[in-house]
Design a protein. Sequence first.
Length: 457
Amino acid sequence: MAIMSSFCPPSRLRIASRLTPPRTVLGLFLALALSGTAFIDRAAAGDEVYHIKPQTRMKVAIVEWVASTGEYKEWTALNGEYVVSQSGTISIPMIGEMPVIDKTTTDVSRDIGERLKTITGLATAPVASVEVVKYPMIYVTGSVEKSGELEFRPGVTVKQAMAMAGGRERRTSQTGESSDATQISYAGEINRMELQLKQLAARRARLMAELNDQTTIDFPPEITAAPDGSVIKQIMKRETDVFKARADALAQQLQAAAELETLLRNEIDILDQKMTSQDEQVKIAQDEWDDISKLVDTKILTTSRKTSLERVVADMQSGKLDLVVASMQAKQKLSETERDAQNLKSQRKTEAGQQLQATETELEDTKLKRNTTLQLLQIAGASLSRAQSLKALDLQPLEYWITRGGDAGTTTEVQETTELQPGDVLDVRYNVSNNLDGAVASSADPTQSPVDSTQSQ
């Protein structure tokens, strides 16, 4: 990506942008120009040989050299980070869905530039810099200290993944049994999660009642069946209090809006009556003015009388215009008040919907953690069925099995030097098949595989 510096000599380099401050663009290209060699070295070590997989997060930066002005223009609207979808595409503005699966960052850079050149009709393709900022995950399970997901790195081997997972597991006793403290810790964690699930279920019931404009909350049976005075009943009471408080607050706001609407309607009615009365007064004054005008024409009355009456008519008409303006303003306020009342209801439902979505997500996450902790508790409470037949279990060799291609993929035994691929599941197992006592081995089911024996522990 060090190609940026080849557009013109550094002494003549002038950088500007129509979308971002010049200093920002200058820093970008000086960094690219000064670190070109380092970037190429890093690409040779990893990025250039890495073939993009789903869930890869990539950073894209696009610039164009404008020869007529001698300036660089940054395509800020297209720059940013993109995550590869499961179908192997990224969605870039102007370009749309673009396949990148199994391509290198160099391939993607070239494709972006060529596509933008075709779309915009430029003579020279813009320069795209593509860098992987986060790789997909790999998963390590089995006889390791810290099972879980790890971020993939090009060239990472089984042995390196083992080190990232904390190495082989360290047991609390030579027989592989967990301590009482571990079991108590797991049991306490499960109890805490059970209580949290009840809290989330009560909150979900309250939010659903708000979303559906219910007058009461329909709590699930596991909450309503709790005995009086229990923590669950206290949780239910708190959610009920929150529900009533929010409903009362909304009712008060709507009541205030309704009262304001009533006042505005009354004001409009009064103004309409005043305008009607004013019209009558103007008509009377106008008729009198017409009669006086005739008398003035016949020299019976002086012109001053006519002029005075003209001013009276003009004042009345001006007063009517003031009433019309006041009526229009009152009607506008009435419309705004009605709209505010509707917005109050919509805002409550929007907030309830957002909170309900967050609660559902937290609920599912807590269930998953609870089930995982329950399994750990079961494992911690179980002892090795053949503990006396194993010889220094911590010194036994390990087997490495990789499952590739998802749940339906194939599982293959590999070596420590085998390189992993994104999405691989590495299962580390003890190889105890050749270390069982003869008596135990003879009594074992001959159809049971060594892997099954290990997993049964």
